[in-house]
Write a protein that binds this ligand. Structure first.
Ligand SMILES: [Zn+2]
Length: 165
């Protein structure tokens, strides 16, 4: 799937689900990470990591986020206290929002990556699952008009939900 569609779907559905700016921003930012960490070189057509290999494996991301979560949960609080101290001297009114913003950003990050995997799974190419399995819904080819139609429909429904609810 094209990056613009990954970003649109992650941002629109993320906002419709949470109504939170930090969550939405993080999900848009991280919605292209499974592709960007492959370090693809467009001139030579090669990449450091195989395209849609482990970078697109939901099990690999589950483990990565579990490790990150443990890091945030048990190691970061000490640095958050320091960040809190800096922010409270600069912007005393903002400091009460910092912990929830960090939590929303973390889950926005997780959401952005998994939206990427889910939307790539809709394409003909699909994604790997674990070591031996492959999952492809085969709804459309990457970059096809069906892909844009799907993306715009999801965005339209999300905007509707954001406005109505
Ligand atoms: Zn991808």
């Amino acid at each position: 799937m094209k990056w613009v569609n990954h970003k649109l779907i992650a941002g629109a559905t993320g906002y419709a689900l949470t109504g939170n700016i930090a969550f939405t921003a993080a999900s848009i930012l991280f919605s292209t990470v499974p592709d960007s960490i492959e370090f693809h070189n467009y001139k030579t057509g090669t990449s450091v990591f195989k395209h849609r290999g482990n970078s697109h494996n939901p099990l690999v991301w589950l483990i990565a986020f579990a490790v990150l979560y443990i890091g945030f949960r048990f190691i970061l609080p000490y640095s958050v206290i320091q960040i809190d101290a800096i922010i409270s001297t600069l912007y005393p009114n903002l400091v009460q929002y910092v912990p929830s913003m960090l939590v929303y950003s973390f889950f926005g990050m997780v959401y952005g990556v998994f939206i990427h995997l889910i939307t790539d799974a809709m394409t003909m190419g699909g994604i790997p699952v674990g070591k031996r399995h492959h999952f492809a819904l085969r709804w459309f080819y990457t970059g096809s008009s069906q892909e844009y139609l799907t993306s715009f429909s999801i965005v339209a429904v999300s905007i509707f939900i954001s406005i109505v609810i």
